[in-house]
Design a protein around this ligand. Structure first.
Ligand code: 13P
Length: 251
């Protein structure tokens, strides 16, 4: 039995206007009011963070963003810093999501800088890794994860990365309805924990929360959460509806 508090996180991606985000967040706050022993987090689009913050303040629901830029401030048109996210009420930030790697040129190097900036600002980074279908089929899953973890976490800028959260999201399971089986996910999570053990030692390996992401639904969450190395879920589609997300929270 481990002492890690499960984290159920919703990645809202580029969905919901401010009015829609506020409505969903408000409904979620009501639905999860009685829960305990689980951390909950949602990530609206940047423009909805402030109004959603007003709704979730003082509730069971934590707030995060989907990206940041690593500089503190400056002439970087269109970017948002870690301190700005904190000032808007965020406690978490998703970093290195596969969609950002695929469509926006995110690399292990930029991910590394963003994780450093998040930790310096006391934001909890939700560091995303995962292999593509071709990488899994060619037997390279572990070597891909090895590189993503080691390069993403190299030169950590502060000693304490105890708050780190890793999200393992096999790219082939995102938005496809294909979920890794709980045994497949457990095997991979166990491998990721052993990587952390090798690089940072047993204390961090024991405390780091490793979430599973990729077509998590109310119907499959319990089986995944029963696995010893699965500490939560990063949920896309099923987090957009407060009712279905609350059922995942209550796995
Ligand atoms: P789905 O739950 O829609 O497959 O998305 C997963 C994801 O990308 C969460 O970050």
């Amino acid at each position: 039995m481990n002492t890690r508090t499960p984290l159920i996180a919703g990645n809202w991606k580029m969905y919901k206007t401010n009015a829609e985000a506020v409505e969903t967040a408000g409904r979620l706050v009501e639905l999860v009011a009685g829960t305990s022993d689980v951390d909950i987090m949602i990530t609206p689009v940047f423009t909805a963070i402030d109004p959603v913050c007003t709704v979730v303040k003082g509730s069971r629901v934590g707030l995060g963003a989907q990206n940041l830029y690593w500089e503190k401030e400056g002439a970087y048109t269109g970017e948002i810093s870690a301190d700005m996210l904190v000032s808007a009420g965020c406690q978490y930030v998703i970093i290195g999501h596969s969609e950002r790697r695929q469509y926006f040129g995110e690399t292990d190097e930029t991910v590394n800088k963003k994780i450093g900036a998040a930790i310096t600002a006391n934001l909890i980074p939700v560091f995303c890794i995962g292999e593509t279908e071709a990488e899994r089929e060619s037997g390279n899953t572990f070597s891909v994860l090895d590189k993503q973890v080691k390069d993403g976490l190299k030169e950590k800028v502060v000693e304490d990365i105890g708050s780190l959260v890793i999200a393992y999201e096999p790219v082939w399971a995102i938005g496809t309805g294909k979920t890794a089986t709980s045994d497949q996910a457990q095997e991979t999570h166990k491998y990721i924990r052993s990587l952390i053990d090798g690089v940072f030692g047993t204390a961090l390996a024991d405390s780091v929360r490793i979430l599973y992401g990729g077509s998590v639904k109310p119907a499959n969450v319990a089986e995944l959460m029963a696995m010893p190395d699965i500490d939560g879920a990063l949920v896309g589609g099923a987090s957009l509806d407060a009712e279905s997300f609350s059922r995942i929270v209550k796995f």
